[in-house]
Design a protein around this ligand. Structure first.
Ligand SMILES: *Cc1c(COP(=O)(O)O)cnc(C)c1O
Length: 384
């Protein structure tokens, strides 16, 4: 079965439309990082790295977690390097779940989670992120109600794709309380840890009381350094959880990307100057889209992080985001992603569209012009 991502990308190619559907950046990573990877290849780092990753990268991850979050992880027993965050999630769930065990995810959720839970033989329980003013929020009672005797894992993504929500301290406390009370493991996808806006800070769930010992915290270099094709990710947690992940990972990919691991080790030693600039730049691009769409009367929800924002299909006079995305590709020359791709409850996602703003300003400006023209032309067309 083709994913909606593939369908929309094919549509962009066929129609020549601008593609704000797929979430990869269209500018490159920092020169020093690219140079470091070339150097590592030249130095002959081209055979299998250790299954848990190059020691220098595990060391750098350990230092980064301590500097950013005050959490200490032993580089030898509590950190594993993976083929992107995707492999970390795909190995963690089979490692932690038996057939029939339940995994709680907040809906909408990143599409790879559904597949990873299925591979694990797990059962997905969703907790809805509801639209509330300018935010997406969950009902703590719904979260409590989702826990059963079979619940094993809460899979949390913050900053959150596709809504751009950054879970706040109070919300994280509510999640942590449920984890502690029911002895659940938390798997946290933090790939956008540096990409938060308006002074909002990412808080890792593992930093809350009683959570470090029950959390596998996952991140990746892809979004932090604009190198999504490198697929260097990692997971940090107590040794028993990391060991379990490695026991699956060794038969998935074993290990890969040695030269890229070496480069990321250099990048993580001092990520701030580069990512601070990237973050400010992305915030500016987010604002370009938000302002432009607001001027055209298109309803959006302001993201506090990530590459993405949600817009309301109803602003274009459509109830169905999927249908609208096809119309926009053909008639407005812009490809967006229907948010139903991220929902089990298709009705909940039906009115929403995901727009990626990790694109060049010129691309965003043109997209706003085209969407504006389409939105403004609509009333006359309806009358005709
Ligand atoms: C992009 C993305 C990933 C994928 O990370 P990789 O390191 O490329 O595997 C994982 N989770 C979320 C929420 C993402 O948006």
């Amino acid at each position: 079965m083709k994913s909606v991502f593939a369908v929309m990308t094919a549509l962009a190619r066929r129609t020549g439309a601008l593609n704000l559907g797929q979430g990869f950046p269209d500018s490159d990573g920092p020169d020093f990082l690219l140079d470091a990877a070339r150097r590592a290849i030249g130095e002959g780092l081209n055979q299998y790295p250790p299954v848990n990753g190059l020691p220098r990268l595990r060391q750098a991850i350990s230092e980064q977690r301590e500097a950013e979050y005050g959490l200490r992880y032993d580089p030898d027993s509590e950190i594993v390097v993976t083929m992107g965050a995707t492999e970390a999630v795909a190995a963690a769930l089979p490692a932690l779940c038996d057939t029939g065990d339940e995994v709680i995810v907040f809906e909408p959720y990143y599409d790879a989670y559904g597949a990873a839970i299925s591979l694990a033989g797990g059962v997905r329980r969703t907790v809805l992120l509801q639209r509330d003013g300018d935010r997406f929020v969950f009902d703590p009672d719904e979260l409590r109600g989702a826990v059963t005797s079979r619940t094993r894992v809460i899979l949390l993504n913050s900053p959150h794709n596709p809504t751009g929500k950054v879970f706040g301290l109070r919300e994280l406390e509510q999640i942590a309380e449920v984890c502690r009370e029911h002895d659940l493991i938390a798997v946290t996808d933090e790939v956008y840890e540096y990409l938060t806006y308006d002074g909002v800070r990412h808080i890792t769930l593992a930093s809350l009381p009683g959570m470090r010992e029950r959390t596998l915290a996952i991140s990746s270099a892809g979004k932090t350094f604009n190198v999504t094709g490198w697929k260097v990710g990692w997971a940090c947690g107590p040794a028993r959880l990391v060991d379990a992940l490695v026991s699956v990972k060794q038969y998935l990919t074993f290990a890969g990307g040695g030269p890229f691991q070496a480069a990321v080790a250099e990048g993580l030693r001092n990520p701030r100057p580069w990512v601070d600039t990237l973050r400010d730049d992305l915030q500016g691009r987010r604002d370009t889209l938000l302002t432009g769409l607001a001027a055209a009367g298109i309803r959006t929800w302001t993201p506090e992080g990530t590459y993405f924002l949600q817009a309301d299909a109803a602003s274009f006079g459509h109830h169905d985001g999927e249908e609208l995305c096809h119309v926009l590709a053909e008639r407005a020359g812009v490809v967006l992603l229907p948010s139903t791709a991220f929902y089990d409850d298709e009705e909940a996602g039906r009115p929403l569209l995901r727009l990626a703003f990790c694109k060049r300003r010129q691309t965003l400006d043109t997209a706003v012009e085209r969407l504006t023209a389409f939105a403004l032309a609509r009333p006359q067309e309806t009358q005709a």
